[in-house]
Design a protein around this ligand. Structure first.
Ligand SMILES: [Zn+2]
Length: 241
């Protein structure tokens, strides 16, 4: 638990001012209250108008047990996605957090987590991609898992639509049929165009499949569409659901 500016001011017998509190500075022999204390964005700010260094003021407050900043809000990891190399060794994880956010972590040689991006970035579900003649590329691991649950081989890259499409990703897809399914937004469409340009001439076939009625493939399946319809759309057939 952190202390509030008011609690610190109270302990220092300070008095309220319009923008915070003023109290006698604990870092110097202060007869004329010269320490201002206020809060901004949940943090406590102190300033000695007599000229004490910030560190000196904070150390003096700490010595009196008056300086405990609130812990920043911890994000809870609610889902992890493993990224593995060609032989299945874990390279890194994408962690999804609540409140919503994403970060990467990678294991060190002792199995502890290093909270940094892996220097080697690979396509998600790489071992499956390497075995598949036809690969669907979507935006995000959740959509890959949706497609896998319907029997397709799918992939994505960590970091979402804004992460770069690496030449090594193109190499992995070389010679395969690739179906790109953009999220139904400007960023998603731009990403797919970037990927399509990179793949042209290197893959057996590139198909861009726009879902139209759904933001992404997970929502599309939730709307009641099925596997056969997806296959039919890829093959360019008209189907009625
Ligand atoms: Zn001072």
């Amino acid at each position: 638990m952190g202390m509030t500016a008011e609690q610190i001011a109270h302990q220092l017998r300070g008095r309220k001012q319009p923008s915070g509190w003023v109290a006698r500075c604990p870092a110097h022999d202060d007869h004329n209250p010269s320490l201002s204390i206020r809060e901004a964005d949940g943090r406590i700010l102190v300033h000695c108008h007599a000229g004490c260094e910030q560190d000196a003021v904070i150390n003096a407050l700490k010595a009196r047990g008056l300086w405990r900043q609130r812990e920043p809000e911890r994000k809870r990891v609610v889902k992890t996605y493993d990224y593995r190399d060609e032989v299945g060794t874990l390279l890194y994880q994408v962690c999804r957090t609540e409140p919503k956010g994403f970060f990467q972590r990678r294991p060190d040689s002792y199995g502890r987590w290093i909270y940094k991006k892996s220097p080697r970035q690979v396509l998600y579900r790489l071992t499956e991609v390497l075995e598949a003649p036809i690969v669907l590329v979507v935006e995000g691991e959740k959509d890959v898992e949706t497609l896998r649950s319907h029997g397709f081989v799918a992939t994505t890259n960590a970091g979402g639509a804004k992460a770069p499409w690496l030449p090594s990703y193109t190499e992995v897809l070389r010679g395969r049929e690739v179906i790109l399914i953009p999220d139904d937004d400007a960023v998603g469409k731009k990403r797919v165009l970037t990927i399509a340009r990179a793949l042209l001439g290197k893959t057996a076939k590139v198909v861009i499949l726009e879902l139209g009625t759904a933001q992404d493939i997970t929502v599309w399946f939730e709307q009641g569409h099925g596997e056969l319809e997806l296959i039919a759309q890829v093959e360019g057939q008209q189907v009625t659901s």
